[in-house]
Design a protein around this ligand. Structure first.
Ligand code: PFF
Ligand code: NA
Length: 453
């Protein structure tokens, strides 16, 4: 394949990249996964390790990804091939681009199912379908929603269509235009949730749970889960950030934009925790209730509180918006690649990918009903997509990014792209060369060990 000319698309607005990249990183990972993982791993200790991972692995790797994207100006495959060749290295490094693209696609295949839960719960919240007076009653609503593949499939299909429609419209008219109003909306809804939590009567307990550091809870599995989640929550190694970086204007600072995005993502996760746990504790519920935490315990808590019905609508709307701005970023890489390397018009590319995505996501959706026992090593299709991406492909892709940026590319190229002052560059280089790869290797080997077990 010959190198095509780099695309000229750039974000229109000064905040285009930051809004889109924050939209990508702030998602179900922050509002669904982070709270339930924190609940399962016991609170403060998990949160602390998670914060360390964001700082020591997430931020430096994100900077490297944006630099690769901007230098290569293209989809992960094209961009990595270009920058590797520019440094006189083999174009085979683009294998990491292929893996990233595949990873984004796989994440989206199960993400649309959870996003579908969110939209269906929004519908239930609006139409009064979330009435139950016990955890069992709420669990029954959740089970009912999953049991009928036509029902569940309807919601995930809806999310798939919305995602492809936005991406099909293009970077500026589709992605940038939609995040421009969805992101401010998200902030407003989150603020409403926090204020509500402040008055819930459980704020102190929730705060303590999130931030009290109990070293006994610092177990191996908690540490490893925190690292894996750091990648997921920042949308790393999935082609999303790299491809968005390809549209970043030359004069914008990669260091500053990365810090903004990572900070926003972290704040939203902590704020989601501060919005959810107080409500859980105020109603005497168990924080360790797993993936159903926000779909079972939370609606029940709302059902028992003043204005709970209204706040519930805000919550699930916020969840749906957060999921959508992430979903579009997961598939942009593939659509950009089809468009740039194969000359397929964006709209056609989007709908073509959408059909394949719909097929795979349908398999993931069936994990909750007729395919519940299509398992391998005890994991359903849904579980496998989640496990393979967060525990294997993202760490491996992050390692590839770190090696590329730390050792493979010419130092001046990376330095010029990052534009960091001397000391900051030296620190970044030390971390990306030694700290991130070692930490990633640990998570990765653990996941492999799990596979062998
Ligand atoms: N960062 C998103 C979240 O926290 O929900 C998930 C995600 C988005 C993962 C985009 C991967 C990706 F490419
Ligand atoms: Na996130």
């Amino acid at each position: 394949m010959t190198d095509t000319a780099p695309p000229k698309t750039l974000w229109l607005g000064r905040w285009g990249f930051v809004l889109a990249a924050t939209g990508s990183s702030v998602g179900l990972g922050n509002i669904w996964k982070f709270p339930y993982m924190t609940g399962e791993y016991g609170g403060g200790a998990f949160v602390l390790v998670y914060l360390l991972c964001i700082a020591a692995i997430g931020v430096p790797v994100m900077m490297a990804e944006i630099a690769l994207g901007r230098r290569g100006r293209g989809s992960p495959v094209d961009a990595i091939r270009r920058v590797a060749r520019e440094s006189g290295r083999s174009g085979l490094w683009s294998a990491f681009g292929w893996m990233a693209m595949l990873c984004g696609f796989m994440v989206l295949s199960f993400y649309v199912v959870v996003a579908g839960w969110s939209v269906s719960y929004l519908w239930k919240a609006v139409t009064g379908g979330l009435q139950a007076d016990s955890v069992d009653g709420m669990a029954a609503i959740f089970a009912d929603n999953n049991a009928n593949p036509w029902n569940l499939g309807f919601w995930s299909t809806l999310v798939t269509i919305a995602t492809m429609a936005i991406v099909g419209k293009g970077v500026q008219a589709g992605i940038e235009r939609s995040v421009r109003w969805m992101m401010p909306g998200l902030v407003v809804m989150l603020a409403i949730m926090i204020v509500y939590a402040l008055f819930s009567g459980g704020f102190g307990a929730g705060f303590h749970f999130l931030f009290a550091f109990d070293p006994q809870k610092l177990t191996g599995p908690a540490v490893l889960a925190a690292m894996g989640h750091a990648f997921f929550t920042l949308s790393l190694a999935s082609g999303a950030i790299l491809t968005y970086g390809a549209y970043l204007p030359a004069q914008q600072s990669i260091g500053r934009t990365t810090l903004t995005v990572a900070l926003c993502d972290t704040l939203v996760a902590l704020m989601a925790g501060l919005a959810i746990f107080p409500v859980i504790f105020a109603n005497g519920m168990d924080p360790a209730s797993g993936p159903g935490l926000i779909f079972m315990s939370l609606p029940l808590a709302f059902a028992q509180m003043p204005f709970g019905g209204v706040v519930e609508v805000v919550f699930f709307l916020m969840l749906a918006v957060a999921a959508l701005t992430s979903a579009i970023s997961m598939i942009e890489a593939t659509v950009a690649w089809l468009n740039q390397s194969h000359g397929i018009a964006r709209r056609q590319a989007a709908w073509g990918v959408g059909i394949v995505l719909w097929l795979v996501s349908t398999l993931a959706m069936l994990s909750f009903n007729i395919g519940a026992d299509w398992t391998l090593a005890g994991k359903t299709v849904f579980d496998w997509l989640d496990f393979l991406t967060s525990r294997l492909m993202m760490p491996l892709g992050g390692l590839g990014t770190a090696l590329l940026a730390g050792f493979v590319l010419r130092r001046e190229v990376v330095r010029e792209e990052l534009g960091l002052p001397g000391g900051a560059f030296a620190l970044w280089q030390f971390v990306i060369r030694y700290v991130s790869p070692l930490a990633i290797l640990v998570v990765f080997l653990d996941a492999l060990g799990w596979l062998g077990a």
